[in-house]
Write a protein that binds this ligand. Structure first.
Ligand SMILES: [Ca+2]
Length: 399
């Protein structure tokens, strides 16, 4: 019987499998209904300026909760958004307005608590609104416990979690890489205590994680799972193109950047996708060919389908509408990504369409980045306008 059964199974394998494969291929080629992140309106909220829930003059999660009906109450009286994308609300010294994270799994007290976040998530979901959170994988704050431990000594167990190198022969930074913030100068800052430079693609207070270390990748995947387990619907991935660099630290060449977009990015994106695909209906970059991956990596909301046109609009009304502001700048910095549907029809937005702003560049001061005045470099670099301006949000940066 066992032989007959095996033969029967073999017969099925021979006669049915090709037909099943053809059917699967046919189904795969049929147009699939667009997912929410492919056709919906994704509305970016910058928590610091959106709405102040406790009256201390700074926007917070309770302020967002208080305006969920403004975002979507199921009627034409609301914006009718499909999803909100929350700029960082994590614990941070705010050297780069929240894009310098000291704890990926907690809410900064200025914005509230994890309970506030859970309440926000539940309130959004009750209204059918998805919640996308910012994930900042390229760098931490220099106040993150990982970096503090890494900087503790050359023998630290986490030394290799960041990118440390000896000075160049003759002194100075290890190579010619520059910070993405021109005012910050070199992408390297010398650490007196251990006699090496550390890499930072943005401000000196944002040391780059070493994604070539599998322990770092695993730890950052755990961050994704932490928020997925809480129920978030997707991630906006910050500075994703910086997650893969030439491990040999070669100098940039005409037409070839060694400090970003290194080919290792593709497998890293696929592994991120694999983490998210353990959770039904969540959004992250899709695996695909080199072009698709890079399109995803470059897009301000990488969950968007390659080829989707996106426009930014500034919500000049804000949650307070014409009834006055909720706090300093409330509403004025809320930026929506309004995504036309497949017919090109703009789905829903209230506000004034504005062209993407050119980033204001500050001339690099002579000697910037070489001296010890790191804080001055941060102040200049963090908002790109050379002044400590809380209204100058990272959301304005073009990444
Ligand atoms: Ca507040």
């Amino acid at each position: 019987m066992a032989t007959a059964g095996s033969g029967c199974a073999g017969l099925w394998a021979v006669s049915v499998e090709p037909a099943a494969r053809r059917l699967a291929d046919d189904l795969a080629e049929r147009p699939q209904p667009a997912a929410w992140w492919q056709s919906g309106v994704i509305y970016q909220i910058y928590p610091r300026s959106f709405a102040d829930g406790d009256g201390d003059g700074v926007g917070d999660l309770r302020g967002i909760i208080g305006h969920l009906d403004y975002l979507n109450n199921g009627t034409d009286d609301s914006l009718g958004v499909t999803a909100v994308w929350l700029s960082p609300f994590y614990r941070s010294p705010m050297a780069d307005f929240g894009y310098d994270i000291a704890d990926y799994t907690d809410v900064d007290p200025v914005f509230g608590t994890l309970q506030d976040f859970d309440d926000l998530l539940a309130g959004a979901h009750r209204r059918g609104v998805k919640v996308v959170v910012d994930w900042v994988p390229n760098h931490t704050s220099d106040q993150h416990p990982w970096f503090i431990e890494s900087a503790g000594s050359r023998d630290s167990a986490r030394r290799d979690w960041y990118i440390w190198r000896d000075p160049a022969r003759g002194g100075g930074p290890p190579n010619s890489w520059r910070s993405e913030f021109a005012a910050a100068g070199p992408a390297w800052t010398f650490h007196e205590a251990t006699g090496q430079y550390y890499l930072h693609s943005f401000t000196p207070h944002q040391p780059d994680l070493n994604w070539d270390n599998p322990e770092v990748e695993a730890a950052m995947h755990e961050v994704l799972r932490f928020w997925l387990d809480r129920g978030v619907d997707g991630f906006r991935i910050d500075a994703i193109f910086k997650m893969a660099k030439d491990p040999e630290l070669g100098d940039n060449e005409p037409g070839l950047r060694h400090d970003q977009d290194w080919p290792t990015i593709h497998d890293r994106l696929r592994r991120i996708r694999a983490v998210v695909e353990d959770y039904d209906g969540r959004a992250a970059p899709r695996p695909g060919g080199r072009h698709d991956d890079l399109r995803a990596a470059r897009h301000p909301v990488p969950v968007l389908r390659a080829g989707t046109r996106a426009a930014r609009c500034r919500d000049t009304a804000g949650p307070g509408g014409g009834r006055g502001r909720q706090g300093p700048g409330a509403g004025a910095d809320a930026v929506a990504a309004a995504v036309p549907d497949r017919t090109g029809r703009r789905l829903h937005h209230r506000g004034t369409l504005a062209p993407r702003r050119r980033r204001r560049r500050t001339p690099v001061r002579a000697g910037a980045g070489e001296g010890p005045d790191v804080d001055a470099r941060v102040r200049a670099a963090s908002c790109g306008c050379a002044r400590a301006n809380p209204r100058c949000s990272p959301a304005r940066r073009s990444r």
